[in-house]
Design a binder for this molecule. Structure first.
Ligand code: AMP
Ligand code: MN
Ligand code: MN
Ligand code: MN
Length: 291
């Protein structure tokens, strides 16, 4: 048994979190978390800063990323862990996702303005160069400008799928996202499987797990603030059944969502053993490379 706990799913100001990479690491230190994975949406720009702060405070920082992929009927996000984020070519794929985001965001600005809610890209964040702007930033801005009262209202009325300011964004296929992570030496894990749109454990869900396994997925995020205890237990069993590594994390976004750092559901915490298993898997793969 261990009492060393981890949080393998967090966002910083480099995407839609509100703490900088160094601030998140300091918050982790204060919360007694020994290992953090940086998993900003579509960017690795916060990793160096987090690792540096982690080294000075004694918090282990795993380089990671979170990528949205094509999937119906729900949402599917793939987490990459232990990626070689400086590998030549790696940033090009992310740059493409980032420029798609910028184009989409400009269209959201136009839609909101046409709906009588004038907003400008410059109002969304302080540093447009560094940040990946998501719909969560738009929701915050609509609240700040008094157009809506809550985040939920912003998504329900305007920003959610099918609503008048919703603009779809280009996504990688799940296979391309997994290959992208694996080609950078990383492990791919399915984020918050409870959101894929099929009940966890249903026939459709099991078929999806088979497909993801053959696509090269390595892990399943079993502990998450998105899951209740029963779902987490069921996912842990399914991870064992399919041969997926268990992963877990809070999906911390600072003040943008009401999720405490390290929180994976009441009574659940991600043990360091899961990180050790990931490392063993990676070193095993290096010794006997995949064909
Ligand atoms: P994007 O990647 O730009 O499409 O934005 C996705 C972000 O918006 C993620 O952080 C989601 O958690 C957040 N989000 C999506 N739908 C909702 C919703 N209905 N309520 C609150 N946040 C949402
Ligand atoms: Mn987010
Ligand atoms: Mn996600
Ligand atoms: Mn996330």
């Amino acid at each position: 048994m261990t009492n060393k706990f981890c949080d393998l799913h967090i966002h910083t100001t480099r995407s839609d979190g509100t703490l900088s990479p160094a601030e998140v690491v300091r918050a982790a230190k204060n919360a007694g978390i020994v290992c953090l994975a940086m998993t900003d949406h579509d960017t690795v720009s916060g990793i160096d800063e987090a690792i540096q702060e982690g080294m000075s405070l004694g918090v282990e920082v795993i380089p990671g990323v979170e990528i949205s992929v094509e999937h119906a009927p729900g949402i599917m996000h793939i987490l990459g862990y232990f990626i070689d984020w400086k590998k030549p070519g790696f940033s090009e794929t992310l740059s493409k996702l980032q420029s798609d985001r910028r184009e989409r965001n400009q269209k959201i600005v136009e839609r909101l303005t046409n709906l009588g809610m004038p907003v400008a890209i410059e109002e969304l964040v302080a540093d447009l160069e560094e940040n990946q702007i998501s719909r969560l930033h738009f929701a915050r801005l609509l609240i700040r400008k008094g157009f809506v009262k809550t985040r939920e209202e912003a998504f329900e009325k305007f920003l959610g799928k099918g609503k008048p300011a919703y603009v779809p964004r280009a996504h990688l296929s799940v296979r391309d996202a997994i290959n992208f992570i694996r080609s950078a030496g990383g492990l791919a894990s399915l984020a918050h499987p409870g959101y894929v749109g099929f009940p966890v454990g249903s026939e459709e869900f099991l078929q999806l797990m088979h497909r993801l396994k053959s696509d090269g997925l390595s892990g399943l995020e079993v502990y998450s603030s998105a899951h209740d205890g029963r779902t987490a237990q069921r996912l842990l069993e399914l991870a064992g059944h399919f041969g997926f590594l268990p992963t877990g994390g809070s999906d911390f976004h600072g003040d943008n969502k009401n999720i405490p750092l390290g929180y994976c559901g009441r009574g659940f915490a991600v043990p360091y053993e899961w990180v050790a298993q990931m490392k063993n898997t990676i070193s095993g793969e290096k010794k006997s490379p995949r064909s």
